[in-house]
Design a protein around this ligand. Structure first.
Ligand code: PHB
Length: 394
């Protein structure tokens, strides 16, 4: 018997002992709300990302009639401030104090590492709606940990081939010095060097520093064929504006993992025009599914959705698959996990499936900023799976 089956069995036994019959406790369990803990950044450079994820999740719930698997949802929220040092305490607030059934979060890879550790220790069902920390579905993978977004390796990996195809043989990579930046560089480097490209310099700033000036001056003197980066949220908007202000726009083409241009186009104006990125979503995906989603999101929240909204939405869809399979009996963790492992998510990004390591196998798109939209140019890599190095699912 698996760990989860055993726990479920013990719980059921205790209920019979207390009530003399299984029926009242089951009815009671199914009548109560499922507790979902949202641990997301609501302040700082990633604040808008946290809001978009929550909005997306709530939209999926509303479209499911306000219930997942026949159960209403009660939300508990913590602002994780994108601060890794506070991650264990924040996750424990939701798990120990609020007794959430499902822990949803977060955005920042460093915070994610703390959450994954707690999720492994407690066995709480955990859905990651953004943070790409490779280890979460690599060496730290676990049956109760699922991701509806990406690994940091995934989006930039196909960029290498694209650059080489265009004859851009040398590049500078610039990013924040933390997990997401370093692993994004890792994905790009693997694809680019395999295709014959050369990285002239890897440049780092501490997260969430936005003093780009000195590094932009150095880039101008290095004269690479291309600049590639990982930045997101408020910091990405500042980088795009500073890149243009430094006179580099139009001289050295700028590329990046698509977070660079998601959720910030209204804030940066013309400075972003023409930037090309790779990502598992693009505003302009020309399907009814995406158009319906975009319309519903815009109507509900008076905002345009972005990749973060899609990932939050898909976290809701995934939980619904799990809870529906067990008719709302969230205590049947083995049943929820089995259903989520087999899920085929009909996402606005396109249909995706869950890898053995619990990370989406998904198309990566090449996008280009045209006006206020990340227009999809082509599929850069079909059904890309993260290599999930070091994942041993027990
Ligand atoms: C991360 O820290 O993993 C991260 C943050 C923001 C993004 C993407 C990845 O847009």
């Amino acid at each position: 018997m698996s760990r989860y089956n055993r726990r479920e069995f013990i719980k059921g036994g205790a209920a019979i002992a207390a009530t003399g019959t299984l029926l009242p406790s089951l009815a009671e369990a199914q009548g109560a709300k499922v507790k979902v803990g949202l641990m997301l950044p609501y302040t700082g450079t990633y604040a808008q990302l946290g809001v978009a994820i929550e909005n997306g999740f709530r939209l999926a719930l509303a479209e499911a009639g306000g219930k997942f698997g026949g159960r209403e949802i009660e939300f508990f929220k913590v602002d994780d401030e994108s601060d890794p040092a506070k991650a264990p305490e924040n996750a424990n607030k939701l798990i120990q104090r609020d007794k959430v059934d499902v822990l949803v979060g977060t955005v920042h890879s460093g915070v994610q590492m703390g959450m994954v550790k707690i999720a492994r220790e407690t066995g709480v069902l955990h859905i990651i709606p953004n943070a790409g920390a490779d280890a979460a579905t690599g060496p730290m993978c676990a049956p109760n940990i699922f991701r509806t977004s990406f690994t940091n390796w995934q989006p930039p990996y196909p960029l290498g081939n694209i650059l080489m195809y265009r004859g851009l043989k040398t590049a500078v990579f610039i990013t924040w010095k933390y997990g997401a930046g370093e692993e994004s560089l890792g994905g790009f480097k693997e694809g680019y060097t395999k295709a014959g490209g050369k990285i002239l310099k890897e440049m780092f700033l501490p997260f969430p520093n936005v003093e780009f000036q000195a590094l932009l001056t150095e880039i101008a003197s290095l004269k690479p064929d291309a600049v590639v980066c990982f930045f997101a949220g408020g910091g990405a908007a500042k980088f795009i504006k500073d890149y243009a202000a430094a006179g580099l726009k139009g001289k050295i083409p700028l590329f990046g993992a698509g977070f660079l241009t998601d959720g910030i186009l209204d804030a940066v104006g013309d400075a972003a025009e023409g930037i090309e990125t790779t990502l598992h979503y693009g505003d302009g995906i020309d399907t009814k599914r995406n158009k319906d989603f975009r319309l519903a999101y815009a109507k509900t929240f008076k905002l345009q959705p972005d990749v973060y909204a899609v990932q939050g939405y898909d976290a809701g869809l995934l939980l619904n698959v799990g809870l529906t399979a067990v008719k709302g009996d969230v205590a049947n963790k083995a049943g929820v996990i089995k259903a989520m492992e087999g899920a085929k998510i009909d996402s606005p990004r396109g249909v995706w499936t869950m890898s053995k390591a619990h990370n989406p196998i998904q198309d990566i798109y090449l996008r280009k900023v045209v006006g206020k939209e990340n227009k999809v140019i082509s599929v850069a890599h079909k059904a890309l799976a993260d290599p999930a190095r070091g994942c041993k699912m027990v």
